[in-house]
Design a protein around this ligand. Structure first.
Ligand code: KG4
Ligand code: ZN
Length: 345
């Protein structure tokens, strides 16, 4: 069986073909970083236009790489939300059109469920129930995944998402967009103990907050700025390392509290910030210390990609509505609204 996965919820066009028996057959990803970089953030209209220009040729290339004809496809899974409405519409429209033309299902997939299931594409997949830490550019939440499609959010950010905080602090440090990877790279040469930054809501429940931390960094940068010339190079690295340490500490604290509260034995990390090396190392150490297991998708499956969409779509294939495919595009779509899967495939 060949499932085509299409991801267009934000600034990455992702396409992949997944075969439940043979695994990932082919994949392609195009990041729109250069398009949005001059604006310091994603410009929704530009994102939609670029998805529209690239998606069909990328699908053709991925099918060619998998040595498949379009008629070999059995189903199409696309991101139905949450995300940017225009960007979602591009993927949904093409997926539904192909489904209609080929007479196969076109299924809308919940983007965060796909992130949460991405670890299932690895050789040693987690088993339900588990705790999931979803940390991306738009979301930061701790989820009790009781079963497939049966999710309860235990805590979430009250303001900025973790990735958003990385991106905003990176901007304060004059780093390129998106800030996460650039800030993590700069932090490597800095001292994480150089500045004592806040650990927001530490030991206070399972919600998260990053806007106060971001403000603390802004005040620090202003204080140490050399006139209008910004921070000295060594200080920039120290600020980056201290900020990263504060985020990693905060996330590790929340994971520990959630593991203690639920008694769960597995922690799954998902979303773009899950690619952060320092976070990965810290959670691995925490898991060893507290006797639980931590699962990471490889970094390319942490950030947005078509493979996780194809996989999540396959798991819900039995729910595909018969008849003409509908175009689903839901900018807001709480994870907890999902229904448990009708039937395990
Ligand atoms: O999951 P994702 O690719 O897209 C969303 O659904 O949001 O996450 C993107 C976010 C961005 O904020 C980016 O700066 C952050 O993930 N990110 C990182 C790293 N790689 C990506 N943050 C920290 N360290 C990284 N290595
Ligand atoms: Zn994402």
């Amino acid at each position: 069986m060949n499932i085509l996965g299409i991801e267009t919820s934000c600034d990455e066009t992702g396409v992949a073909v997944y075969d439940p028996d043979r695994g990932l057959r082919a994949e392609a990803l195009f990041s729109q970083i250069e398009i949005h970089e001059p604006f310091g953030g994603v410009v929704p209209e530009l994102a939609s236009r670029d998805h529209a220009a690239r998606l069909a040729p990328m699908i053709r290339d991925v099918l060619a790489e998998a040595a498949l004809d379009v008629t070999d496809l059995d189903a199409i899974a696309y991101t139905g939300g949450p995300g940017l409405i225009g960007a979602l519409m591009v993927g949904g429209s093409l997926a539904a059109s192909m489904g209609l033309a080929l007479g196969i299902p076109a299924l809308p997939v919940h983007h965060m469920e796909a992130h949460l299931l991405a670890a299932m594409l690895e050789d040693e997949p987690p088993e339900f129930p588990f705790l999931a830490l979803l940390v991306s550019g738009g979301h930061s939440q701790l989820v009790h995944a009781r079963g497939h499609g049966d999710y309860a959010t235990l805590g979430a950010t009250l303001d900025d998402a973790a990735g958003e905080a990385f991106d905003k602090v990176a901007r304060l440090l004059a780093l390129p967009y998106p800030g996460g990877p650039a800030l993590a790279a700069l932090a490597q040469s800095g001292d994480p103990a150089a500045f004592d930054l806040p650990r927001p809501l530490k030991n206070k429940g399972l919600d998260l907050s990053f806007s106060g931390l971001k403000t603390a960094v802004r005040l620090l940068v202003e204080k140490h700025s050399n006139g209008g010339n910004g921070l000295a190079e060594a200080l920039r690295a120290d600020v980056a390392a201290s900020f990263q340490a504060a985020v990693v500490d905060t996330l590790a604290n929340k994971c520990q509290l959630a593991i203690e509260a639920t008694g769960l034995e597995g922690l799954v990390i998902a979303g773009g910030v899950g690619a952060n090396r320092s976070l990965r190392d810290r959670l691995k150490a925490l898991a060893r210390e507290h006797g639980f297991r931590v699962y990471y998708p490889r970094p390319s499956l942490c950030t947005d990609n078509g493979a996780m969409i194809a996989y999540a779509g396959w798991r819900r294939l039995a729910e595909a509505a018969p008849g003409i495919p509908q175009i689903v595009a839901r900018p807001r779509w709480p994870l907890d609204d999902l229904k448990p899967v009708a039937a395990e495939v």
